[in-house]
Design a protein. Sequence first.
Length: 271
Amino acid sequence: MPELPEVETTVRGLAHVLDGQVIARIETRRADLRRPFPPDLVQALTGARITGLGRRAKYGLIHVDRGQTMVFHLGMSGRWRIDPDEIGKHDHLVIETGAGRTLALNDARRFGSVDLVDTAALERWPQFAAMGPEPLGPGLTPGHLAKAFDGRFAAVKLLLLDQQIVAGLGNIYVCEALHRAKIHPEREAGKVSRPALGRLVPEIRAVLEEAIRAGGSTLRDYVRPDGELGYFAKDWRVYGREGEPCGCGRPVSRVVQGGRSTFFCGHCQRL
């Protein structure tokens, strides 16, 4: 599933084509993705001017001048194609701008989603209402994590994936940040020290910012809107590297937590 850096990269790529443009035509080419398209999507957005793009957690936001925001999630295999040579069978939503550009939301597995939300009510939208702070924003602090982890016996890695604690963190970047901060992923969250949390927060930001600069990580179907692959995967220190040497020379280990693979170095990240 595309994670926060992949969504941020996608939004930045779309902004170059969409920001300030009028939506001349919008077409839904099937009834649904993971859930039905909003019934009024075409009527609401045709002729609207795009006033900005943004991101909340792993959702992309396209704001228009009618007080509404199209919220999209890429699911497992979703991606936007810019000016495709032809519209394919997996291009389920097509947008044409007044400047003559075409964008197609392609989603072979159809686990993505598109919603239409009043812009003023975005923070109260059910999917956003209970979310924690953005990991790249000022709300993520060692104090915030200390309060969220206080008295918790669950593994720190699992709580970092809880969107009510931090919005948008995914498996890859949690593994990488914990390794950089030298925190064992199976340590009880309530036992992670304040100094360790002080290391963790900047490492979360650093790994996300580096991934965004690299265009994200390519997993299965993820491709940036310009058609290029994301290249942060070559800089993974532990993720997907079971049995390979960590920077310290010891082998990277893998365990399963909450049904997901966790990669770490037992020497650098002591329990």
